[in-house]
Every structure is written in C-alpha cells, then in structure tokens.
Design a protein around this ligand. Structure first.
Ligand SMILES: [Zn+2]
Ligand SMILES: [Zn+2]
Length: 71
C-alpha cells in the first residue's frame, strides 16, 4: 500500500503514522498535524477543524482510504 509522504506542520516530522489534515487549508498547501501536535492544534493552528485522514500502521486491519469532503 502506497502512503503519500507528508510532514507535520507542527513539529516537522515526516510520515507519521497518524495524520490529521486541516479542513480549511486544502489545495496547494495542506496543513497537517501528527498525533502529538493535534493535541495543541488550538494553540498552533486555531479556529480550524482537523480530520483524521490517515491511520496506516502496518497491520491495521480496517484501514480505510481518506474520504473526500465536498463543499
Ligand atoms: Zn507534529
Ligand atoms: Zn487550517
């Protein structure tokens, strides 16, 4: 399974297991946070909603592809 590379905009670490993506900052420049930084999202990236888009550990049986959000 191919996982798109990404990095956390909070701490800069790359390709974390859990990825939360800002639902407002989409398009060219997505804003993503790891499972650590999501805990302080209200401080580092306030007023925006995040959605879990990836939880792809090896051996995660019920991994589902990200759901496209329509506006
Ligand atoms: Zn982070
Ligand atoms: Zn945002």
């Amino acid at each position: 399974m191919l996982i798109a590379p990404w990095f956390c905009d909070g701490c800069g670490r790359t390709n974390g297991i859990t990825r939360y993506q800002c639902q407002h900052c989409r398009g060219f420049n997505t804003y993503d946070l790891c499972d650590q930084c999501i805990l302080r999202a209200s401080t580092i990236h306030p007023y925006h909603r995040f959605a879990l888009v990836q939880q792809a550990g090896a051996g995660t049986p019920n991994w589902r592809p990200p759901v496209a959000v329509q506006y």
